[in-house]
Design a protein around this ligand. Sequence first.
Ligand code: AHG
Ligand code: MN
Ligand code: MN
Ligand code: MN
Length: 337
Amino acid sequence: MKNDNRMTLTQFLIEERRRFPQAAGDFNSLILNVALVCKRIAGHVAAGELGGMMGSASATNVQGEEQKKLDVVSNDLFVQGNNWGGYLAGMVSEEMDLPYHIPDHYDRGPYLLLFDPLDGSSNIDINISVGSIFSVLRAAATDRPPTEQDFLQPGKNQVAAGYALYGPCTMFVLSVGSGVHGFTLCPQLGEFMLTHPNMKIPPETQEFAINASNGRFWEDPVRRYVDECIAGKSGIRGKDFNMRWIASMVADAHRILMRGGVFLYPRDTKDPAKAGRLRLLYEANPIGYLIEQAGGRASCGGHPVLEVKPTDIHQRIGLVFGSKKEVERIEDYHAHP
Ligand code: AHG
Ligand code: MN
Ligand code: MN
Ligand code: MN
């Protein structure tokens, strides 16, 4: 059996933490419980129509988006799967207006968990890959519930980030600050097995991902970059590009981690009240952290996304990430229009 020699996520975490003698069990419990939540969500996703969880929840979140039933269920699974463990001081989610406080009858711990419980949820009813994204920060204090301010840390402060991808197989992709490692869910064992150690993004690519229907709202540097990609061999790039857009960022990010590419959801003028489509704390920061840990680059166009000091827990931001040389080119177009 091919799995017999593979490392489980549990073993991987224990081996990783050996390098940090001060590490208590809290961190491993956190990651393992997030992974367990993701397995539960994977079960609901895989059941599809048979699970009775498809369709709208007939509610809107703080973003003004229609919530799907599975957005709400996945959020509850994240909360209930992590509130009791004693390792968290609080949580922030796309699907909760305010930070979640750990109930008084449970202990508070040293970490903050921020998550997008179901990313790409507009794809859930049509059986296209979706995922969950999470970010881990240190809490400023454990003797009081965290304030919103406590969550407003730049992405470079993350101590871990990852995602689960509910695709043809379920994967869990994780960084605890020493590279990016991919685990595949073994259906027989119900365990995540290390299948993709040290994922690296090639610095150059011929593949880009953008929702081109927003073209008329883009900033000039983005339009210039995309026009040059489309011009292909006959343009200044001198090579043809291919375009992919899954509309589940987590799936687009996974493709880029596996074979390179560049993803853009730039700031645009479509809705002047919003600075971009994607959310900084639980989408851009964790994906940006993974991309940089894999040797890629993540940017707002003008500057690295992980340097941004957040001002709101649901703040949106323009996001460009992927193969380093392409992202640097886009940054250069912003710096020298
Ligand atoms: P979510 O389902 O968590 O609200 O996120 C959806 C995001 C992201 O996954 C994707 O890249 C983007 O929305 C798709 O946007 P378009 O509908 O503009 O293609
Ligand atoms: Mn949403
Ligand atoms: Mn999302
Ligand atoms: Mn979501």
